[in-house]
Ligand binder design. Structure first.
Ligand code: SF4
Ligand code: SF4
Length: 373
């Protein structure tokens, strides 16, 4: 049976976060179960973009600090690393507050920039994964709980996509196109290659609504931890009132026989059952709850009518062009006073929304999807 722990944590006050994470990990057997003396441990937060901690886009620095301290206490050598989507990693680390944590706690901060080819183990022939991640003795995964316009939610399994260095991520988005199932299957296979020893989710303040970049930061008030990233994602869905197999990565894991239809998960900590977290109004990105249920062939055929799509708010857009620079499908360009999106080219990956520093991109539903919703 899988074990997942969840501890109440109502703010990012340092002692509260530290105590919640210590207890959550202790309930799983303590950090010594996951880290051995002298091991180099890569701590992998969500550091996708240069956004301040209160925007709820990236993992909060106090969560990173607490895990770094636990790793050191267990005799491990902590490294903090991720690969941002665009822009300078140094700037991302500074703005997210993670550079300060690394310096104060004496942990090396590394950009996952070098790639090493690794053969796939199932559907995909080849992956290019960060060599820094492959060299680490252990990986501890620190996702932020957020909604995601394409993948519904970005939790423990999706967070590992950051182990694919920088722009190589773009190629995966392009390969999958609008096929959510193919992208989810790739994430599941990638998880099997990376095999984090532990996942600790920052769900103190999560993001709901228009995630992953412009949603609403909202208090969910807990830290969740577990050895099995699928079990963590499953339980987190339960906590926020989302049917777990709506999550494409869990669905793909079930289809591959990696996660059961009715998992037995022992929930330890402050909540006797997911409902005790009291989260009843967690908003999903518009339309996605329905979109994923539509067969891929139909979605492809009626793409504009049946999918959600990014929409630029011209009033907020500062024409910084970061989105256009990032767009895997090269579907965006500066046009007069704003950004135009070519929806025929757009693959609905929502990378633009995730990285827009001004919250100028939201999610619009295709007319038929809206009608069905
Ligand atoms: S939408 Fe956002 S990222 Fe794109 S140009 Fe405007 S402000 Fe920059
Ligand atoms: S416009 Fe946005 S959602 Fe569409 S392909 Fe480009 S980055 Fe992805």
């Amino acid at each position: 049976m899988n074990t997942v722990s969840a501890l109440e944590c109502r703010s990012y006050e340092r002692n509260l976060v530290d105590s919640a994470i210590r207890k959550a990990v202790d309930l799983l057997g303590g950090m010594e179960r996951f880290v051995r003396e002298g091991e180099r441990v890569l701590i992998k937060p969500n550091m996708l973009a240069a956004r301040a901690p209160d925007k709820a886009v990236t993992t909060h620095p106090e969560v990173v600090r607490a895990v770094v301290r636990l790793v050191k206490d267990a005799g491990g050598i902590p490294l903090i690393g991720d690969s941002g989507a665009i822009g300078s990693f140094k700037k991302i680390a500074e703005v997210t507050g993670i550079a300060d944590v690394a310096q104060a706690e004496g942990a090396d901060l590394i950009e996952l920039s070098e790639a090493r080819g690794v053969p796939g183990t199932g559907t995909f022939r080849h992956f290019e994964i960060s060599s820094e991640a492959l060299r680490a003795d252990a990986i501890i995964n620190l996702p932020k709980a957020k909604t995601h316009g394409q993948m519904l939610l970005t939790l423990a399994v999706k967070n590992l996509f950051g182990c694919i260095p920088g722009r190589r991520k773009v190629q995966w988005h392009l390969n999958a196109g609008v096929d959510i199932g193919a992208f989810a299957a790739m994430l599941v296979e990638l998880h099997g290659l990376i095999r984090p020893r532990l996942s600790v989710v920052d769900a103190v303040v999560s993001m709901d609504g228009n995630g992953p970049g412009s949603g609403r930061p909202r208090e969910t008030g807990f830290i969740m931890a577990g050895e099995d990233a699928f079990a963590v994602d499953y339980m987190l869905c339960k906590f926020i009132g989302v049917e777990p197999f709506m999550l494409p990565t869990l669905k793909a894991a079930r289809e591959k026989g990696l996660f059961p239809e009715t998992p037995e998960i022992d929930l330890l900590g402050d909540f006797n059952a997911p409902e005790y977290a009291g989260i009843r109004d967690f908003r999903l990105p518009p339309g996605t709850h329905l979109e994923w249920t539509i067969p891929e062939t139909v979605r492809r055929f009626l793409k504009d009518a049946l999918t959600t799509r990014p929409r630029v708010d011209k009033g907020r857009c500062k024409l910084c062009m970061m989105c256009a620079d990032m767009c895997p499908a090269k579907a965006m360009k500066g046009q007069g006073a704003g950004i135009e999106i070519n929806y025929r080219q757009c693959i609905r990956c929502f990378c633009c929304q995730e990285i827009c520093p001004h919250g100028a991109i939201d999610i619009a539903e295709g007319w038929l999807l809206k009608y069905l919703s």
